[in-house]
Design a protein around this ligand. Structure first.
Ligand code: ADP
Length: 882
């Protein structure tokens, strides 16, 4: 039976019962109350009759009684009336009944009469003495009709109500079942399609709320369902991974064991049985340590592994194990803890790799490396010694050939000495290259840190190659960003070497055109550093694309044939590349055959304060530049813009006086086609192509000449000079003078030179001939010390390697003596054939003030002496003051 039917029947039954009770009790009450009224009325009427007829009965006044009954019967409610005497004889009577069929029943209640007559009998009493009786029947048809009607309407109303209730419950039931039906359809859909479906819902009644709850449940179910399916997928993936890992473990060539926290074996793979020879069943639940280290539990690998088990930590050891046949083999054991999903260590995994072959190989390799290292050391030592041994005689060759060149020679002899000199210098360069390369290869070369002037390094390196460049008529240009900070801290010596290698190559491989060195910088103020980029550009023969990557490899040359045109060892770029690696830089090469090359690199150095800027140095000045080629125009543009001067390029000197502009200075780039005209209205600076004239000087007509490559500070200094302006302090010519002259003060100083080799002393004698009267040449340390004790000298030049007592010892001895006798320390300059940084450091540690390497370059020696002299003067002046 459907819910709707049940509802309808249920409601109808309840309604029926309630209505029946209501109708029944209502009718009962109606009948009871009316009956009571009829009975009361009947009693009243009968007693009234009794009183009224009492006397007539006693007197048997029939006429009166008749009249009386006739009057009574006239009342419509009285159907019949009989007046009887005490013996029951009818005295008078009247009836409105059509026949006399009515049988009175005085025990009946009004509602019980079937013929609508309620029979009443009353005794007529006088002083409790019955004198007669009166019988009459009351018409109760209206009462019965009332009852009947009441019954009829009550039933009708009840029936109507039942119908209405039935209809309502039908409608209500339908509504309810309709919503329930929707719910049912929704539930069915969910069961077919899975959760997530919802039933459309309207209103806010309980059913709607149930439906909403149902929808919420469906969505919640959907989420759970999705989560469950994700979980299921994850589980599947995990199961897959698990299987995969199990397979990997099983197929691994390395023995894999899993133990519990106490180190008792729980699982092993196939490789374990293969490597150790034990069956899995036989070793399960056994401790791993005795199995791995059967005989050597007190070794450090065993301790390491047992510590790892105890602390559930990771360890990796190399150890010798024994298999079940007691055969030893080398293993690499890795142990690590395995955590469960709550992060607690439950197991430990051991991976054991048989490395017997590797071990043997390693042992052999180590032996080979040791042998190689000692061979390399021996080689380095040999090279260092060789370099020293070769340098010493070469010092003689170069020095002597220098000296020879200064003696009167005929043309042929001059040619021979030139060749001796240049060959010796070439040999020296080669030697230095080989030494550097072997040091770099042995990783024995490290960068030093010192303050140096980047501009000076660049300009001097460029100057070094300028003679060779001039021989080929190559144009040289230095293009340093004028705003660049050039006070640097790092290994200026090695930077110079890198630049030199690249520039020497540029000259070597360029027949026509130019070589340009461009220096730019990018400052990172936050990190306090500058990235300097150096680019060496030439217009030479270039490098075929296929060779670019190879040429930085040692001994690689584009043309490696014996008939090659360009000489060289193929070491320059290899050294450069390796040196740059020490600077954390890389050499970049861009080149096109027959179209020139560009070599560039970037090095990072710390940022050192502000440079003394030359900005605005020529503020508002008008400068004429005559005969400038495009290469130099680019540089002039940059320089003069920085100095805030106005420049005008002119093609010939004559144009200066032609135009409107009044020039403050004219710069003329001299060439075969352009020479200085006799009269120019403004001061003139000539730029000569003759590279040999490195120091600015004046020509016969008093015009200042500077040489190429144009050095920024020289140019500015000379322009300021031409403008009669005060020279800027940073433009002091210290680094620019090619051959420094001895100041007069040095000539008053006493100088001692100690060298055991006579021709070395001879070389120095020639170089310092200007100072001759004050110099004393000695051949051993003892003589020098004795001399010092006898009369302390100002400056000592000492060879460091001498028999008996070397220069280091002599220095230490002198320093001790000075200390003991409170003598102002002499300036000591070491002279050595050892060019290494450690030799320099050793000299300084011994107490020397500076150090020169042989073969001694005249300019270096002069400079070192000038410095020593200045230091000595300052010291003596200080001492005099105090
Ligand atoms: P070397 O110059 O002694 O031969 P390097 O290592 O300095 O050795 O150079 C290797 C080779 O690279 C040179 O032989 C030359 O073929 C090529 N090379 C180097 N610099 C240049 C350049 N500026 N122009 C053309 N080729 C160059």
């Amino acid at each position: 039976m459907s819910f709707r039917l049940k509802t309808i029947i249920g409601i109808a039954l309840i309604e029926l019962v309630l209505l029946a009770i209501l109708v029944f009790s209502g009718l009962n009450w109606l009948r009871g109350s009316n009956e009571q009224q009829i009975e009361l009325d009947g009693e009243l009427l009968s007693s009234t009759f009794a009183i009224a007829t009492r006397d007539a009965i006693i007197s048997t006044d029939l006429a009166n009684l008749n009249a009386f009954t006739q009057d009574a019967i006239a009342n419509k409610n009285i159907v019949y009336i009989n007046v009887k005497n005490d013996e029951g004889r009818l005295l008078a009577g009247a009836s409105s009944l059509p026949d006399d069929k009515h049988t009175p029943n005085y025990d009946q209640r009004p509602s019980e009469s079937e013929d609508d007559i309620y029979d009443i009998r009353t005794n007529v009493v006088i002083d409790e003495w019955k004198v007669g009786e009166i019988e009459f029947g009351l018409n109760v048809s209206s009462f019965n009709a009332l009852l009947y009607n009441a019954q009829k309407y009550a039933v009708a109303i009840a029936a109507l109500e039942i119908v209405l209730v039935a209809l309502f419950s039908l409608a209500f039931g339908s509504l309810l079942t309709k919503q329930l039906l929707k719910l049912q359809t929704g539930a069915k859909r969910i069961s077919e399609n899975g959760p997530g479906d919802t039933v459309p819902v309207k209103g806010n009644d309980e059913v709607a709320q149930v439906t909403r709850a149902f929808n919420d449940m469906s969505i919640a179910l959907d989420h759970s369902y999705t989560e469950i399916s994700h979980e299921k997928n994850r589980y599947k993936v995990l199961a897959d991974q698990n299987m995969m890992l199990a397979e990997i473990v099983e197929q691994s060539h390395e023995a894999i064991l899993v133990t519990n926290k106490e180190g008792k074996i729980q699982r092993v793979n196939h490789a374990f049985s293969k490597i150790f020879g034990y069956k899995e069943d036989g070793i399960l639940n056994k401790r791993i340590m005795p199995l791995l280290f059967r005989q050597s539990m007190d070794t450090s690998p065993a301790h390491c592994i047992s510590d790892a088990i105890e602390n559930a930590s990771i360890a990796m050891v190399k150890a010798q194990c024994l298999n079940h046949e007691n055969v030893a083999f080398w293993t690499e054991i890795t142990v690590f803890p395995i955590k469960n999903y709550s992060g607690n260590v439950e197991r430990l995994a051991f991976i054991v790799r048989d490395v017997t072959d590797n071990h043997e190989f390693e042992t052999k390799l180590k032996e080979a490396v040791t042998r190689a290292e000692s061979a390399t050391k021996a080689k380095s030592e040999f090279l260092a010694n060789m370099s020293h041994e070769i340098r010493t005689p070469m010092n003689g060759i170069i020095g002597m050939s220098d000296m020879l060149q200064e003696t009167p020679l005929n043309r042929e002899q001059q040619g021979f000495t030139d060749i001796i000199n240049s060959s010796a210098r070439d040999l020296l360069y080669l030697l230095n290259d080989i030494l550097d390369f072997s040091k770099l290869e042995a990783q024995k070369l490290s960068l030093q840190e010192e303050y140096f002037c980047l501009r000076k390094v660049v300009e001097e390196t460029m100057t070094m190659i300028s003679i060779d460049a001039a021989k080929k008529d190559l144009m040289l240009a230095i293009d340093i960003d004028p705003a660049l900070k050039t006070e640097a801290y790092g290994d200026g010596f090695r930077l110079r070497q890198i630049l030199n290698n690249l520039l020497v190559n540029a000259v070597k491989f360029t027949e026509h055109g130019y070589i340009k060195l461009i220096v730019t910088g990018s400052e990172d103020l936050a990190k306090n550093r500058v990235d300097y980029t150096f680019c060496i550009e030439d217009s030479g023969i270039g490098i075929p694309e296929s060779k670019i990557n190879d040429i930085t490899t040692a001994f690689q040359q584009v043309d490696g044939t014996t008939s090659r045109r360009y000489e060289g060892t193929g070491l320059g770029l290899a050294i450069t590349q390796r040196l740059l690696t020490l600077f954390n830089g890389t050499l970049h090469i861009e080149s096109k055959e027959n179209h020139g090359s560009q070599f560039w690199f970037t090095i990072r150095l710390p940022l050192l304060g502000e440079n003394r800027s030359t900005k605005f140095a020529l503020d508002g000045k008008n400068i004429a530049i005559i005969n400038a080629d495009p290469l130099h125009r680019a540089i002039f543009n940059r320089y003069f813009a920085h100095w805030c001067a106005n420049i005008q390029y002119l093609n010939n000197p004559e144009s200066i006086s032609k135009g409107q502009t009044r020039y403050d200075v004219a710069i003329v780039l001299l060439s075969n086609n352009v020479s200085l005209p006799p009269s120019i209205t403004c001061p003139v600076i000539g730029v000569t192509p003759h590279i040999e004239d490195r120091t600015p000087h004046t020509d016969d007509a008093g015009i200042t000449l500077i040489s190429k490559p144009i050095r920024m500070h020289v140019l500015l200094r000379e322009v300021l000079h031409a403008l009669n302006q005060k020279p800027l302090p940073m433009l002091e010519p210290s680094s620019d003078s090619y051959r420094p002259k001895f100041p007069d003060k040095i000539k008053k100083m006493s100088i001692v030179v100690v060298d055991d080799i006579s021709y070395n002393r001879e070389v120095i004698r020639v170089y310092l001939s200007e100072l001759e009267p004050n110099i004393q040449f000695l051949s051993n340390a003892q003589q020098a010390f004795e001399q010092y004790k006898h009369r302390p000298f100002d400056i000592l030049l000492t060879d460091v390697s001498m028999p008996d007592r070397d220069g280091y010892e002599l220095t230490q001895q002198l320093r001790r003596y000075e200390h003991e006798h409170q003598i102002p320390p002499a300036s000591i300059v070491g002279l050595s054939a050892h060019a290494g940084r450690q030799d320099f450091n050793r000299a300084i540690e011994a107490g020397m003030d500076s150090y020169l390497t042989k073969p001694i370059v005249r300019e270096d020696l002069t400079e070192a002496l000038i410095k020593a002299c200045r230091a000595r003067q300052a010291l003596l002046a200080n001492n005099a003051q105090s």
